[in-house]
Design a protein around this ligand. Sequence first.
Ligand code: GUN
Ligand code: ZN
Length: 429
Amino acid sequence: MTQTLHLGQTLEFTSNPFETGPDAARHRARGAVLVDAGRIIAVDEAEALRAAHPGAKIEDHGTHLILPGFVDAHTHYPQTAMIASWGKRLIDWLNSYTFPEEMRFADPAYASDIAGRYLDLLLANGTTSVCSYCTIHPASVDAFFKAAEARGMRVFAGKTCMDRNAPEGLRDTPQSAYDDSLALLQRWHGRGRASYVITPRFSPTSTPEQLSALGALWAEHPDCLMQTHLSEQTDEIAWVKGLFPQARDYLDTYEAHGLLGANGLYGHAIHLEPRERDRLREVDAALIHCPTSNTFIGSGLFDMDGLTRAGHRVGLATDTGGGSSFSMLRTMAASYEIGQLRGRPLHPSELIWLATVGSARALRVDDRIGQLAAGFEADLTIVDLCSTPAIAQRSARAADIWEALFPTIMMGDDRAIVQTYVAGRAAKA
Ligand code: GUN
Ligand code: ZN
């Protein structure tokens, strides 16, 4: 396979901007990324790589910015067709909109149709990797992994398990949740770029017996990630307290059943008690921030500053369709706005880092995706920093790359994504 040399502006992170500030990133105004057989071979000045690799095929992206593909660390692909449903908070929103839609995934053809539609929307928005919930139907998991395999994407997903407080037709049992999850794990985990994620939806929709069964499965397959929801809304927390009267707090409902660990992904994590913060930090679990969802469903303001200062691993996510967008640009903008409401505006370097390295760290794949660096998989997003007249007139005044990029973070959408490469191949539909 011939080598390809992508020319454009580049951004590389040499450290974590939450720890070292914007100098964590190196910007090249005329940089290049050399790709061979789906991997990044080198990142350097354009002239240096052109001279060293005269036989490489040139893809000249002009003044566009070459970024690693965005990584969306928490989403529900089955909610694609009911995104932006009006007027409800979490529990009513689940019952009114989410569960009826998820019921439709009993039909494998519908699941395939939505899985393909969803992944094409992601690629159009510059997202190359995603960690998704499916529905309780095993075929919804097969549909998702097949659609991702056809596109060559590195993805994470699992069968959503629920055995109570969900309608007939959307409930499994402790035993069937274990058996179906195990069969799917054996079919998909480590196949190509797929990883299976053990997925109890959240404590209100699982009996203690089901949580224990999935805790046992995780103990038997500790290299798998486990994803769930934690402390998203105050009504939800009160409900959990009623359902688990012995639990010390919400996190304890997972901890007591073997569902707290370093490979755990805890979505939302907004209203945490001090003990919960300490335990999550102690075990080095990942917290997934879902800002458009937190404002759309009215959940609350994630404490990014406090949690990153305390050393928590934080990923960034759309949480489609509780989240109101498929775009990680829009998601970064919402995270900025939540930071403002908490008195700590995130720097563009921090926002881009969260959407790439931060989410890759949360998913434990920061050694292979999320960075422009030699040896990493060549998942790239080409971003036009002047994609609309409104953005162009603002970035024309920019004094540096951050000022040039911030208008696209705040106002950009899929029009800013010129192309997306998955393992080196152009992938935007
Ligand atoms: N908590 C349990 N299920 C869900 C879901 O589908 N979306 C969100 N935002 N929160 C949840
Ligand atoms: Zn969610």
